[in-house]
Design a protein around this ligand. Structure first.
Ligand SMILES: [Zn+2]
Length: 400
């Protein structure tokens, strides 16, 4: 069972098509080697992203990092995030539109949960300094300032977000962490729901190492690519142009190790699809430490998710047709009971009301041509309601 079956993916992509056509016309570039280990050895796991953009996602065969091999140029990403296209394509794909109030409420909930998860590690560092990288309007930073009595700084490329963070009393700087030029050092650096969006993973982590005080801690959470593939669908339902990198729980610790961080504590408190890592600087390890069997296991899991997804699509299509037929029969019985349809009228029913059982021509019609009647919700859509964050792959949404 997948949260986005094949037919649903097509429907979602249909809604995104006009925006996707515009995005295709931005400037693109090709990435030929892994940002983390410089290897050129990779496996292509998807030819398109979930929106339908021709962005290949690949898995590095040497370190296990998933990354986009086709992506926008830095300038195009800047336009994508600042002109509303990012929020627009996300909203169309998920068929939801969040208000600023909802986004801020989500961020507050996230901040409170994260604060309680990290409390036992931060208690000894009160009156220290916090840097929230990609911290948007400062909701998470504000919660940490309040809860732990830290001095908070937000770093974000969006000017509007930074203005909002300043208005709430935080120090706030427009920019990216790779280019953050400061003499300040911090007791705690947060990178929440943002690692996938970084432009340069290696440079960003190197800069964060330099920004930590001795004994300082770094919190980074990930959307686990493999967990999402198992639950949402294969890579083409998960990959997104805005996620340049993806980690998984199987590879994250080695990747963090290669970037010069070791684990202090891990949490899976945010539920399915997400994992959080509290880290501290260490001597970088070599990335070849990732066992090859682990990489090949990822490839096998992806192949299996592709196969299962295709079969699931066929099976769920069959279920939909059977349910439509049953609903049609129920409606016929009700109409007969009301005296509006006699048994003799049956064979003369209009072609669009004929069912696969009564018409060969209807067999060739796509399910959408069958009568639209009240249908039970499919189990996949129920699941999506139970786990909205899984199908929507919620980032920390920026307000703007
Ligand atoms: Zn690599």
């Amino acid at each position: 069972m997948f949260l986005i079956p094949p037919a649903d993916l097509e429907k979602r992509r249909g809604r995104c098509r006009p925006e996707v056509e515009k995005l295709r016309r931005l400037s693109w570039e090709t990435v030929s080697s892994c940002n983390l280990c410089s290897s050129r050895r990779s496996v292509t796991v998807s030819l398109t992203d979930r929106y339908g953009l021709p962005a290949h996602t690949v898995l590095c065969l040497d370190c296990g990092l998933f990354y986009l091999a086709d992506c926008f140029t830095a300038e195009s990403y800047s336009q994508f995030y600042s002109n509303g296209a990012y929020r627009s394509v996300c909203s169309q794909f998920n068929n939801v539109s969040h208000t600023i109030e909802q986004i801020r409420a989500d961020q507050r909930n996230y901040a409170q949960t994260l604060g309680s998860v990290l409390a036992r590690h931060i208690q000894g560092q009160r009156t220290g300094k916090l840097l929230d990288v990609g911290g948007s309007a400062g909701i998470v930073a504000s919660e940490f300032v309040r809860k732990f009595n830290l001095r908070g700084t937000v770093l974000d490329p969006a000017e509007e977000e930074i203005a909002a963070a300043r208005a709430s009393g935080l120090d706030a700087v427009v920019g990216s962490v790779e280019d953050y030029d400061t003499e300040e050092t911090y007791d705690l650096v947060l990178l929440c729901r943002s690692v996938e969006h970084l432009m340069d993973l290696r440079a960003a982590f190197a800069r964060i190492r330099g920004l930590l005080k001795p004994g300082g801690l770094f919190y980074c959470d990930i959307a686990d690519f493999m967990e999402l593939c198992q639950q949402v669908g294969p890579p083409e339902t998960v990959a997104k142009i805005d996620h340049r990198y993806w980690l998984t729980q199987a590879t994250a610790l080695n990747i963090f190790g290669a970037l010069g961080f070791e684990l202090v504590s891990m949490d899976i408190a945010f539920g399915f699809g997400y994992a959080g890592y509290l880290l501290r600087p260490c001597e970088p390890i070599t990335v070849t430490a990732v066992p090859q069997e682990r990489i090949h296991k990822l490839i096998e899991q992806i192949r299996r998710s592709q196969l299962d997804w295709t079969q699931y699509g066929r099976a769920s299509r069959g279920i939909v047709e059977r349910l439509r037929y049953r609903a049609y029969r129920a409606k016929r019985v009700a109409l007969r009971f009301a005296g509006r349809v006699s048994k003799e009228q049956g064979p003369n029913q209009p072609a669009e009301l004929q069912t696969p059982a009564s018409s060969n021509s209807a067999l060739q019609k796509p399910p959408s041509s069958l009568p639209i009647v009240a249908m039970p919700r499919s189990s996949s859509s129920r699941k999506e309601q139970l786990y909205p964050s899984a199908a929507t792959i919620v980032d920390r949404p920026s307000v703007g």
